[in-house]
Design a protein around this ligand. Structure first.
Ligand code: FE2
Length: 308
């Protein structure tokens, strides 16, 4: 048997400086300094510019308007998007991805946040795991039967991973057709390093919802997790949807916080993966490639200039 030394990803890995990360909710940042940490680096964020205008709400991004600036720190760039303030400590190798519901005026949204000791990679990996519904979210999702790879389809394109998952939740609840259960068609799109956008469609009543999970790797022993909850404005249950998402996230964080090692293992062959775990495998491949690219960009930058 070959002994494979696992590669473990720490929250303060230097290569992550080449990526965009959230550092605060838009609503948290005003014209006074707001202290945050990113990859072990302390930063002060505040709104500068003429007005110091507070965040204006769903669909409003202020990164072009010069309303958000870092008051301190050596950040390369700052942006405001999706109700979050984003920072890159060095020139990012990829843009912040697009979440279509954010730009859709028929939607409204709210951001919830939580903290955990486990690494950002573990939180995202757990979010992509649909097989734990039956034992981790039995109460909240109403699913007791094991979730297999039925209705499970993966698309891996190199720079992102998409998982489509068609399943039944709330098994004990009567549906509009007189049967039991609520069918949910979910599309999870993962972008490295720590972003996953979940789009949900419930064919029973045509309801739509989306939730984006984004992690702020604060330091080696701390991650701040943000969930942007988005639903159509015609659905007045935004508060309930946020409460539901918070409950589900708490169920996840209780389990992951028990992990003895808080880091994500990037070595696929060092762990046991099943067929229903393909999203995790592809996520690790995509993340490892992304980190390699960040590392290459950093070493290219540090090379001395060739004098002709
Ligand atoms: Fe979960």
């Amino acid at each position: 048997m070959i002994d494979i030394a696992p590669v473990l990803l720490d929250n303060d890995d230097f290569r992550l400086r080449r990526a965009w990360h959230p550092v605060a909710r838009s609503a948290d940042v005003g014209d006074r300094t707001y202290e945050v940490r990113l990859l072990g680096v302390p930063l002060s964020v505040m709104r500068t510019g003429r007005t110091g205008e507070p965040w204006r709400g769903h669909g409003q991004d202020a990164d072009d308007a010069g309303q958000v600036e870092l008051a301190a720190g050596n950040a390369y760039a700052v942006a405001e998007r999706y109700g979050l303030i984003w920072v890159a400590l060095e020139q990012p190798i990829a843009p912040i991805p697009d979440f279509p519901e954010w730009h859709d005026p028929t939607y409204h949204s709210e951001v919830l946040t939580r903290s955990t000791r486990v690494a950002a990679g573990i939180v995202i990996d757990n979010f992509l795991d649909v097989t734990h519904f039956s034992y981790l979210h039995r109460q909240s999702f109403g699913r007791a039967r094991p979730v297999t790879d039925d209705g499970y389809r993966i698309i891996a394109r190199g720079d992102f991973v998409q998982l489509e998952h068609d399943t039944v939740l709330q098994e004990g609840r009567r549906n509009a057709d007189g049967g039991f259960g609520e069918r949910r068609i979910a599309t999870y799109t993962y972008w490295p390093p720590f972003i996953c956008h979940l789009q949900m469609m419930f064919p029973g009543d045509g309801a739509l919802a989306a939730a984006t999970i984004v992690c702020q790797p604060e330091s080696s022993d701390s991650t701040r997790v943000y969930v942007v909850v988005l639903i159509p404005r015609t659905d007045e249950g935004l508060d309930e949807q946020v409460e539901f998402s918070r409950r589900v996230l708490d169920e996840d964080l209780i389990i992951v916080s028990r992990m003895p090692d808080p880091r994500l293992c990037l070595t696929i062959r060092a762990e046991f993966h099943t067929r229903a775990d393909r999203a995790s495998v592809e996520m690790r491949r995509t993340l490892a490639d992304f980190l390699d690219e960040c590392g290459l960009a950093q070493s290219a930058q540090s090379l001395p200039e060739v004098v002709a």
